[in-house]
Design a protein around this ligand. Structure first.
Ligand SMILES: O=C[C@H](O)COP(=O)(O)O
Length: 257
């Protein structure tokens, strides 16, 4: 049984004061034991939120990290620094990192490898652009990003701790979500690739999320799909009330595991 996830990626939003107020509002209302809730704030709010969420079921994630543990990498943050701040998860290879900051698939793979070695759980994002989809290249892109993302981890036994997020680039922040059928198809393809790499038993344990214009209104349709184990939410996670609705709907559709 794969426990569903509702993960909020705040991107570059919220000051420490705003993040703390959000955490208080979330904790006051949160009562959904069947869903794993993850908040990924900017680095600057991680320490404050780790204190707020201590003793609660809410998990903390970062939005990026470097593949090296320390050194002359101005402006970067290491996985061990994230662990010290109480992070359990780290988003890697988000499309904004790949497209705006030109992160390569190989670099993402190095980060995934380091995260798993440290015991940090990667949320590895994969997804095609609109042009790639229109050219019929969706599966080729997913296969490539996945292959490079996981190629360093075949020797590790904790591969099931990885989470994959399928985020079609054209659906991110546009209000135009993928159809649940298209998302299911892409995610089933990803699970098939994981199965080829790690065997079907491991692949069945790995959670795969959908991300891209998820809202309280459409989340149920995604979580209802056979291979979709939750959502990675951007814009709608910035409002504690909306994110709570997404968590509740995820719990309701998943049958309150
Ligand atoms: O990581 C989250 C995604 O980029 C989705 O963002 P969005 O929900 O604002 O479309």
């Amino acid at each position: 049984m794969r426990i569903p996830i509702a993960a909020g990626n705040w991107k570059m939003n919220k000051t420490v004061a705003e993040a703390s107020a959000y955490a208080e509002a979330l904790l006051q209302e949160l009562d959904t034991p069947g869903v794993e809730v993850i908040i990924c704030p900017p680095f600057t709010s991680l320490y404050a939120l780790s204190r707020k969420f201590a003793g609660s079921s809410v998990k903390l994630g970062a939005q990026n990290m470097h593949w090296e543990l320390k050194g002359a990498f101005t402006g970067e943050i290491s996985g061990s620094m994230l662990l010290e701040l109480g992070c359990e998860y780290v988003i890697l290879g988000h499309s904004e990192r790949r497209h705006i900051f030109r992160e390569t698939a190989e670099e993402v793979g190095k980060k995934v490898e380091t995260a798993l070695k440290l015991g940090l759980r990667p949320i590895l994002c994969v997804g095609e652009t609109l042009e790639e989809r229109e050219r019929g290249e969706t599966e080729a892109i997913l296969a490539y990003q996945l292959e490079k993302g996981i190629e360093g981890i075949t020797t590790f036994s904790n591969v099931e701790s990885i989470v994959i997020a399928y985020e079609p680039v054209w659906a991110i922040g546009t209000g135009k979500a993928a159809t649940p059928q298209d998302a299911q198809e892409a995610i089933a393809f990803v699970r098939g690739k994981l199965s080829e790499q790690f065997g079907s038993e491991k692949a069945q344990q790995i959670r795969i999320l959908y991300g891209g214009s998820v809202s309280p209104e459409n989340v149920g349709q995604f979580v209802n799909q056979e291979d979709i184990d939750g959502t990675l939410v951007g814009g709608a996670s910035l409002d504690a009330g909306k994110f709570l609705d997404i968590i509740k709907e995820t719990a309701r559709i998943s049958g309150g595991i």
